[in-house]
Ligand binder design. Structure first.
Ligand SMILES: Cc1cc2nc3c(=O)[nH]c(=O)nc-3n(C[C@H](O)[C@H](O)[C@H](O)COP(=O)(O)OP(=O)(O)OC[C@H]3O[C@@H](n4cnc5c(N)ncnc54)[C@H](O)[C@@H]3O)c2cc1C
Length: 458
């Protein structure tokens, strides 16, 4: 069966669906390999609580994603809990200011000096990143992405920090693991983005009432007529003045001929089906895109009274099997609503996550729960549900030299195939994914406005 369209979009994550929304008047066809939309935004509602194994912190209302949240009548709650908490040994050091860390953490004197030095460096790059992130008059979003990737883009974070005291190194490694990488693999630019966005922006973000997955679900319902689930693209090729996409769906093979295409799938999923159409330049660019794992456990508890994590949103956990803990119910109870349990999420990224990918879900659950009990013994006897998700490709991180790929990624292929997704940007988030999709949709609009009808087979 051959279908003809103006635009075919591959992938129904936030990027693919943002593009589809903008191109709705062209009747886009969205192919999605899995049996659900949303990709790395995934949650399950449990009464007033929601368990989540993917994105959870939403950008402000004036952002692209924020605009879609309002358009679908969804509600986000400001995160009120403290962000900067660190568990060292069996103790949680709470509510800290970044500049107080070297003094308050239980470190050897040399480690304190090492920490203070590294902290000053990190503060400088976070501030500089936020300054560089401001779009100047006449600049495109792509110009800003390139500038941000170039900032410290040839140096690894480990080289930038220089030798650290081992006690300091373990804390910075845990922070790096949050960005899905280890210090020697990731560029200064990518770590500057983390410090700039998460710590220096002064905006703690927001959680969605009912779970982050409500946004992609609403988008999926809205775009249902355009989306083909369980349909995996297997090949894309140029065809006359358009493109042909081959896919495998529930009813067998499908061929779509389209004037334009947007590939909104993570780079590791893109490479196998774009290889035949791609130029050596694009393949070299894709080779520079590096992804890392996050092994995630979401835990629901049933307590009705206070717990030590109640007014905390996140804890860095360098000494545990996971490197981060989040309390997703913090916003829910901030207004004094009666307690109906909690939802915590822990994850292990990069070198902490990689060995876990070979383990069974039961093994991961047992390992993480044992460490969670060590961190918060009060949780014992209260766990009522768990959800393990080992993301082998949780997100991209900019390795040294990654900026050299940017021009080819922004250009796409042959003026017909455009790329979208968080990995096309400098920073992994739903907002950056959506912004690249807005750009890709604009490029498609330009092509469609200057070309004629769907090209006939040569
Ligand atoms: C644990 C975790 C926590 C996170 N926390 C946050 C957070 O708090 N805030 C935030 O903003 N971001 C967060 N992120 C990042 C955020 O989830 C992503 O940046 C964003 O969802 C990426 O969207 P995307 O559309 O680019 O890709 P994806 O969501 O990966 O969507 C790609 C889609 O393409 C489909 N696909 C793949 N191959 C094919 C094929 N051959 N044919 C058809 N379909 C295909 C996939 O099934 C998938 O649905 C987090 C991510 C993880 C993993």
């Amino acid at each position: 069966m051959v279908e003809e369209r103006d635009v075919v979009i591959i992938g129904a994550g936030i990027a693919g669906m943002t593009a589809a929304r903008r191109l709705r008047r062209h009747d886009p066809l969205v192919l999605e390999a899995s049996d659900r939309v949303g990709g790395r935004i995934w949650s399950r509602q449990r009464g007033n609580l929601a368990m989540s194994v993917g994105a959870h912190m939403f950008p402000p209302p004036e952002s692209t994603v924020g605009g879609m949240v309002s358009a679908y009548g969804l509600e986000v709650l400001p995160i009120t809990g403290s962000m900067l908490n660190i568990a060292l040994g069996d103790r949680v050091y709470r509510d800290m200011r970044p500049e107080a860390l070297p003094l308050r953490l239980p470190l050897a004197p040399r480690a304190r000096v090492s920490f203070a030095r590294a902290g000053l460096k990190v503060k400088r790059i976070g501030d500089e990143y936020m300054r560089l992130a401001v779009q100047q008059p006449g600049e495109s979003a792509a110009d800003v992405r390139l500038r941000l990737l170039q900032y410290g883009g040839d140096e690894s974070f480990a080289d930038f920090l220089g030798p650290l005291h081992p006690e300091t190194e373990r804390i910075f490694r845990a922070l790096c693991n949050r960005t899905i990488a280890d210090p020697h693999e990731i560029s200064v630019s990518a770590m500057a983005a983390l410090f700039g966005h998460v710590w220096d922006a002064g905006d703690l973000g927001r959680n969605m009432r009912g779970g982050a997955g409500l946004l992609p679900e609403a988008m999926g319902d809205d775009l249902a007529a355009h989306i083909r689930l369980r349909t995996r693209a297997t090949r894309i090729a140029f065809d006359g003045a358009g493109v042909t996409v081959e896919a495998e769906g529930p009813d067998g093979s499908l061929t779509v001929r389209a004037r334009t295409a947007i590939c909104a799938v993570p780079a590791p999923d893109l490479v196998p089906f774009i290889a035949g159409a791609a130029t050596p330049g694009l393949m070299a660019a894709l080779d520079r895109v590096t992804f890392g794992p996050h092994v995630v456990l979401s835990v629901r508890t049933d307590e009705t009274g206070p717990m030590p994590w109640d007014d905390i949103y996140s804890v860095l956990t360098p000494d545990y099997a996971f490197n981060m803990l989040f309390n997703h119910t913090n916003s829910l109870y901030a207004g004094g609503a009666p307690k109906e349990g909690s939802v915590l999420m822990v994850y292990g990224g990069a070198s902490r996550g990689t060995p876990l990918l070979a383990k069974s879900h039961a093994e991961i659950e047992a390992l993480f729960l044992a460490d969670l009990e060590r961190l918060y013994p009060e949780i014992r006897g209260h766990v009522v549900e768990t959800w393990v998700l080992p993301w082998a490709h949780a997100g991209a991180f900019a390795a040294p030299g990654r900026w050299r790929a940017q021009e080819a990624l922004e250009r796409g292929l042959g003026g017909r195939i455009f790329l979208a997704g968080d990995w096309v940007s400098d920073f992994v988030s739903m907002e950056t994914a959506a912004l690249t999709a807005v750009d890709a949709a604009d490029r498609v609009e330009q092509v469609l406005s200057r070309t004629g009808a769907i090209p006939q087979r040569a």
